[in-house]
Design a protein around this ligand. Structure first.
Ligand SMILES: *Cc1c(COP(=O)(O)O)cnc(C)c1O
Length: 380
């Protein structure tokens, strides 16, 4: 049996262990220390917009602390892109608030500006003005940011930008993760860079960053003894994990280029095939890190289904995965409001994520290509 080809697996650059070694030698084995500070500095430099980054235990924790600081609480409503991973939406529930889901558009697969505006108008007419908008750049593809920001400004609703999958992507030359009132990053094991597990909250001001660290370290008042005037969380990143992050920052741009070349590889395989569409940038305003390369299959035109291709790849020990199952279709959110039509539902029905790691070997690409081509020739 051939070895397994994974969808996206950790890809170390080589210097990560040196920073972990430093932590051991200086005994900074704690949720603070030089690696945390330096990882934050490296992210601030990379994002290049005078942002203030605080590193946390996960991307989900970062969304939670954004909601906390925007004052979202019991009874509030928060608009959230429905086509996403549950980590975008669950923190709304942690705050006792209610997610209201918004469908995608077909070009970038992210939040549709017109459904967003429809949702805002409707909720305002019911006396329920949304407290925040959670916008996601799925699979690394930037959303239609100008249109979404214009609507958010018009109705004065803050954006939480979920850039968990989009570190290294840009929109009109500006990095994803710099567009929100708060923006979040994730360094989970399968993301563009990893700290094994971790995340970050990107803030506009130094005060927001300090407040984030305050909440992430149990909201301890500035006293010589333990006093708490607010409820806090244990969400800070460890100095060990941050050491991995420092090493990963040294290879981030290189790994983005490798993921983009995977996308070009799939583009060659699928070009001129009826009924198959590879997710690519709509125009030169958009620059995707192509965290994952994804296709949709129109079963009528292509003559096969997403599931048939997935199983054919699996037979060759190649992992692929359906696109995200929209939040409004999840059993746990079945009673929540949804604004849209069948866009994300159709993407889920017909879409597949293909192996996209920056560590894909040439011989693995050859295996993928011949597995796809032999499947296609059987279907032709
Ligand atoms: C991974 C991910 C998150 C959550 O990040 P964690 O670090 O796993 O908590 C949130 N949103 C999206 C879109 C993600 O892909």
């Amino acid at each position: 049996m051939n070895s397994k080809i994974w969808l996206s697996s950790p890809h170390m650059g080589g210097t990560e262990q040196k920073y972990i070694q430093d932590a051991f030698e200086t005994n900074w084995i704690a949720p603070l220390g030089p690696n945390v500070n330096e990882f934050e500095n490296a992210l601030e430099t990379f994002l290049n917009e005078d942002k203030f980054v605080s590193c946390l235990s996960s991307g989900t924790a970062a969304i939670h602390l954004a909601l906390v600081q925007l004052g979202v609480r019991n009874g509030d409503e928060v608009l959230c892109q429905t086509f996403t991973f549950c980590g975008s939406a669950n923190p709304i529930i942690y705050q006792g608030a209610t997610p209201v889901f918004v469908d995608s558009e077909t070009e970038t697969w992210n939040m549709c500006p017109s459904y967003l505006e429809e949702a805002i108008k409707q909720r305002i007419s019911k006396g329920k003005k949304p407290k925040a908008i959670i916008l996601v750049h799925l699979y690394g593809m930037p959303a239609k940011i100008d249109e979404i920001l214009a609507i958010a400004r018009k109705y004065e609703i803050p954006i939480i930008e979920d850039a968990a999958e989009a570190l290294g992507s840009t929109y009109k030359g500006r990095k994803c993760g710099t567009f929100g009132e708060y923006s979040i990053l994730s360094f989970n094991g399968n993301k563009i860079i990893t700290t094994s597990g971790g995340g970050a909250l990107v803030c506009r001001t130094k005060e927001q960053k300090e407040q984030t660290i305050f909440y992430a370290t149990q909201a301890r008042d500035n006293k010589p003894y333990y006093q708490h005037s607010k409820i806090g969380y244990n969400y800070r990143m460890s100095n060990i994990n941050a050491g991995i992050g420092r090493g990963q920052m040294e290879v981030l741009t290189h790994h983005v280029n490798l993921r983009r070349s995977n996308n070009a590889f799939y583009s060659q395989i699928f070009e001129n095939l009826n009924g198959i569409r590879l997710l690519q940038e709509p125009n030169s305003d958009f620059y995707s890190n192509h965290w994952l390369s994804c296709i949709t299959i129109d079963p009528k035109e292509a003559n096969f289904t997403r599931e048939e291709l997935r199983l054919a790849l699996l037979e060759n020990n190649i992992e692929s995965r359906p696109l995200w199952n929209p939040m409004h279709l999840q059993p746990v959110f079945k009673d929540n409001l949804f604004y849209g039509s069948n866009i994300s539902e159709t993407l889920f029905a017909n879409g597949l994520c293909l192996p996209s790691g920056s560590n894909l070997l040439e011989e693995e690409k050859n295996r993928i290509k011949s597995a796809i081509n032999s499947f296609l020739s059987k279907k032709a």
